[in-house]
Structures are given as C-alpha cells and as structure tokens.
Design a protein around this ligand. Structure first.
Ligand code: NAI
Length: 330
C-alpha cells in the first residue's frame, strides 16, 4: 500500500530516512511517496506545501510527517495546523509510556491524551484591534466537543481502559469550556461502564506531576491538550520518545511530538525514536499490530542496552548507527 512521507525541516529528513530504512529492513508492504513541506521549502519556493501533497493524502489517506518549522509571531501558518484543519484530523492521540533505559521521574506510566485538534484558540482567528491591542477568539463548538469526547470514550472502550478525565477551566471560561464540559457530561452518560472525571487544568498539571499513575485517558480542548501532553512527555523522559497520531474519520497523519531541532540538524545525531514510534502507531492502526510490536520491542532493546544510542539520551552513536542497531535487533 502507498502512504505519504513528509520529511519536513531541520532533522526531519535524517529521521525520515530511518523510517525508510526500517520499512525496507522489515520488508513491510508500504511504499512511501515523499513530499516536501515546511519553512525550508517555503524559503526556496514561496509555497508551504509541494504541489501534489494534499492530493496524495486525499488519495492514500495515511501520512507520516517529520517536524516542520514555524516562524514565531510572524510569517506563514503552521503546516501542522493547516494539515489538521484541511483533513479534519480532529483527534490528536498521544500515548505516554515509560521507556526502559530512559532516565525519567516515573516508571510504569501508561496514559493517553486525546486532544481536540481543530478549534479553540488554535483556529487562528486573531487580529489587531488597534496597534496596541490584539484579540484572539477561543472558538468551541458543541459538535467538535462531542466528537472528541466520543472519540475518547470509544478509545477507552476499545483499548480496555477504565477512566476518562476531562481537562477544562470552566470555572473561569463559563461559555467556552462550559460548553466543552457539557458535551463531555452528555457523552459520558452513554458509557456508564467507564468512569468520567473532571479536573481543572491547573490542578490537572499538579496532579499529573504528583500522581500520574491515577490517570488513564485524558480528553482536552486544543490548547490545554497541547500543554498537558508536553508535560506528560516530561514525566517519561522528554520529547525524544513521544509519538502522536492526528486522526480523522477518513485521514490519519502521524508525527513525532518534538520539533525540527535546528541546533543539531545535518549532523546525523538526531534521535529518530519518536518518529519510529509514530510509525509504529500508524502500523497498529493499519492493522499490522505484529509489525508495530516488533518495531517497538527492537527499539526498546537497543535503548535499554545503552550501547548504541544517540547523544540526547547519553550516548555517542550517530542516527545511522542507532537505526542499524535496531535493524540488527529486528
Ligand atoms: P525542538 O523540539 O525542535 O527542540 C528542543 C530541543 O530538543 C533542542 O535542543 C533539540 O536539539 C532537542 N531535540 C528535539 N528533537 C530531538 C531529536 N529527535 N533528537 C535529539 N534531540 C532533539 O523544539 P524548538 O527548538 O522549540 O522548535 C524548533 C522548531 O520546530 C520551531 O520552528 C518549531 O515551530 C518547530 N516545531 C515543530 C513541531 C512539529 O512539526 N510537530 C513541533 C514542535 C516544534
């Protein structure tokens, strides 16, 4: 089957190469069609996406994306936000698991964050009221809130999880977060077998740092979901091992949670683990559970051995050597 690969900016092409090497080594029946997107492509051409990219995702429905750089404050809109909105990948799913061999605050963490991906402050409705006052719109709809909450409860049901926690600030934002919470309560009624819990976002951050093991599936509007997921990645040792899936009814775009790491780009020392784990998520959703598990196990073994690992996790290996070690374990 065919799928789209977007290498992206900075370390993106180096870690995307790892995915291609693993696909070949595992003899997977996935043929990657590569397209450029992001800041470097925009600098060269004035366009954010290479022609044909959008059509290819429409055709193949599966895509794996490397990090793309976004200028802060000015310039073009984020490629990620544009893709999520274009393909209605309304659920950002981020599993957070401890990884053996990675120095982290906690062991045995296994929770999943399900973040609404299409609206809230990230809708990009912002403007200058005058040169000294900027205004941004927090857009929350019942439809999108119910859709993401239903996704979270269905996810819990299918994956044998027992609790869904809504993250909100409805005590202050009574209309927007209030609506999200109302949708959560309505949807929760249809899943009496799953515990429904509500936690205010600031308290949620503290509880996650103190007692992460008490949470199972979290569901949140876009902004809180973004922040809380990086906090959770920190609980298990940082962004180096954090994958995510952007899931819609028709299209699915998987990516590493980290950015384009311009400080180490082009040096062949980037850690490709997060993108490989995103690839494993994709394989799982494609119904290739065994391949996903094989890839995860091989990666885990290499990291746990601590012999051939990249500098960000305390080693001296290059990206190429690290990937070769994974291939040797497969
Ligand atoms: P970043 O995640 O790129 O880098 C933060 C730090 O982590 C850096 O020291 C970097 O070297 C290190 N790092 C990140 N990934 C690594 C990897 N795989 N292996 C080894 N070290 C790694 O975050 P930053 O610097 O805030 O953002 C850089 C650019 O990436 C920005 O333009 C930002 O907009 C973009 N970005 C893109 C994302 C995406 O496409 N999904 C997500 C986050 C940021």
């Amino acid at each position: 089957m065919k799928a789209v690969l977007i290498p992206g900016d900075g370390i993106g092409p180096e870690i995307a190469q790892s995915v291609e090497s693993i696909t070949k080594a595992m003899n997977l029946d996935i043929e990657w069609e590569k397209y450029r997107a992001g800041a470097e492509y925009a600098k060269e051409t004035g366009e954010v996406f290479e022609p044909g990219l959008v059509e290819a995702i429409e055709k193949y429905q599966w895509a794996l994306k490397g990090p793309t750089a976004t200028p802060i404050g000015t310039g073009f809109r984020s490629v990620n936000v544009a893709l999520r909105q274009k393909f209605e990948t309304y659920a950002n799913v981020r599993p957070i698991r401890s990884f053996q061999g990675i120095d982290s605050k906690y062991e045995n963490i296994d929770l999943v964050i399900i973040r609404e991906n299409t609206e809230d402050l990230y809708k990009g409705i912002e403007y200058m009221l005058n040169k000294d006052i900027a205004n941004g719109v927090k857009l929350i709809t019942r439809e999108a809130s119910e859709r993401i909450c239903r996704y979270a409860f269905e996810y819990a049901k299918i994956n044998n999880r027992h609790k869904v926690t809504a993250v909100h600030k409805a005590n202050i934002m009574k209309y927007t977060d209030g609506l999200f919470l109302e949708a959560f309560r309505d949807v929760a009624k249809c899943y009496p077998e799953i515990e429904a819990q509500e936690v205010i976002v600031d308290n949620m951050c503290m509880q996650l740092v103190l007692r992460p093991e008490t949470f199972d599936v979290l569901v949140a509007p876009n902004l809180y979901g973004d922040i809380v997921s990086d906090l959770c990645a920190g609980l298990v040792g940082g962004l180096g091992f954090a994958p995510s899936g952007n899931i819609g009814d028709q299209y699915r775009i998987y990516e590493a949670v980290h950015g384009s790491a311009p400080d180490i780009a082009g040096q062949n020392i980037a850690n490709p683990s997060a993108l490989l784990l995103a690839f494993a998520l994709m394989l799982e959703d494609m119904g290739k559970q065994q391949s996903a598990q094989t890839l995860r196990e091989a990666l885990s073994k290499v990291v746990a051995k601590q012999e051939v690992i990249t500098p960000d996790i305390g080693g001296h290996a290059t990206t190429t050597e690290f990937v070769q070690a994974i291939i040797d374990e497969l």
